[in-house]
Design a protein around this ligand. Structure first.
Ligand SMILES: O=C(O)C(=O)C[C@]1(C(=O)O)C=C[C@@H](O)C=C1
Length: 367
């Protein structure tokens, strides 16, 4: 087999791109580039579509941020009101510490020394969050200080437009409200796309909330570093795969599509985790029936399943009706009706309108 063919044979992992997005960083942590072709796509929906179509073996999407909450785009795709993604399930998770930066072009008038792009080590003139900035150190009493923990280098008055992923605004509220309050903010598909747009704009009037890696790749200046409200800002990503049949069925294991894949599964699938499992389930209830939500949740309590999160999104059927997402500690067992998760799902049938198992995966959260 030629080297070219072998390369083409590598299983594809699609992720929210372009390169240097936080999702790219999560993908690199879970899948190595020797064994997998990492394929950046434009939207989170493109990731779902590629896995559903089978053009990607796995997909990586953001799911939740520790300070700004759920990624609603991802939840809506799991809600799948148009039934475009019936076979998508979660098979892994990954947590990434997210340190946002303000990226742009230094102005000639800037007198302060530039921030270092080295990422970890401070150079002369580097303002590391939260020191030396007139900044405030977060404490357990005040985890989100009222004053920003980072200070910009130089003058930001020329910035007329900011680009970022909508999730990022809510993670940097204190800095943005202090230094760029009335600047127009434009949502784009990812933080690395935001950095690309700023790199293409020579006027110096735009800036992006993005990563230090995007600054390095695109040759942008760091106008401020560590602008997130909380030092422990973390985003959780899901690894998606395609289940062989309806995801409500008892078994949902997909095998790698190529020999290379068989030899090397993704780290997110394989890594030793904390030894426990999580499961995601969505369901709808009869809103006219008092107690239907309580009865549905009681099913999980009946089997001793600890719920770790609850989310809702509009059901799309009727106004003020919702689809509920619960995440719980436990695993849906394959090829059996036994096990607390399997039994709870069976019981759920009689108390809710419809439900869908959205995957079980090994917990990677280390406390
Ligand atoms: O825009 C990116 O770089 C992403 O990977 C998306 C995303 C998200 O949707 O949460 C990921 C991490 C950060 O929380 C901000 C944005």
């Amino acid at each position: 087999m030629s080297e070219g063919l072998k390369l083409q044979d590598k299983p594809v992992v699609s992720f929210l791109g372009p390169k240097a997005s936080y999702t790219h960083q999560a993908t690199l942590g879970a899948f190595n580039e020797q064994d997998f072709t990492l394929n950046p796509v434009i939207t989170i929906e493109d990731v779902f579509a590629s896995v559903q179509k089978g053009t990607a073996y796995r997909g990586v999407v953001p799911f939740e941020n520790s300070s700004n909450g759920s990624v609603v785009f991802t939840l809506d795709l799991f809600a799948d009101l148009q039934q475009k993604y019936p076979d998508i399930i979660v098979c892994g998770e990954s947590y990434i510490a997210v340190q946002h930066c303000l990226l742009g072009h230094h102005s000639d008038r800037d007198t302060q020394p530039p921030l270092s792009l080295s990422g970890t080590s401070s150079g002369p003139g580097v303002i590391e969050s939260p020191m030396s900035s007139g900044a405030v150190t977060p404490t357990t009493k005040e985890p989100v200080p009222q004053k920003p923990t980072a200070r910009p280098v130089g003058d930001l008055s020329r910035i007329k437009k900011l680009y970022s992923h909508p999730q990022a605004w809510g993670q940097c509220k204190v800095f943005l409200n202090t230094y760029l309050k009335s600047v127009e903010k434009q949502d784009v598909s990812s933080t690395s796309r935001a950095a690309q747009l700023v790199a293409e704009d020579d006027s110096g009037e735009s800036a992006a909330v993005s990563s230090i890696i995007a600054a390095r790749i695109l040759g942008l200046d760091l106008l401020a570093k560590g602008i997130e409200d909380r030092g422990d800002n973390t985003t959780r990503f899901f690894v998606l795969k395609k289940a062989p049949s309806s995801s409500t069925s008892a078994s949902a294991t997909v095998e790698p599509t190529s020999s290379t894949a068989a030899a090397s599964k993704g780290k997110a699938d394989e890594q030793a985790g904390t030894g426990d499992w999580k499961t995601l389930v969505s369901f709808t209830v009869d809103h006219a029936n008092p107690g239907s939500l309580a009865q549905s949740l009681a099913v999980f309590a009946k089997y001793g399943l600890n719920l770790t999160s609850i989310n809702t999104r509009p059901s799309g059927v009727e106004n003020w009706n919702y689809i509920f997402f619960v995440e719980l500690k436990g695993k849906k067992e394959e090829d059996t009706e036994d096990g607390p998760v399997n039994q709870a799902l069976k019981d759920l049938d009689s108390v809710c309108r419809a439900w869908r198992w959205l995957g079980s995966w090994e917990n990677r959260l280390v406390r």
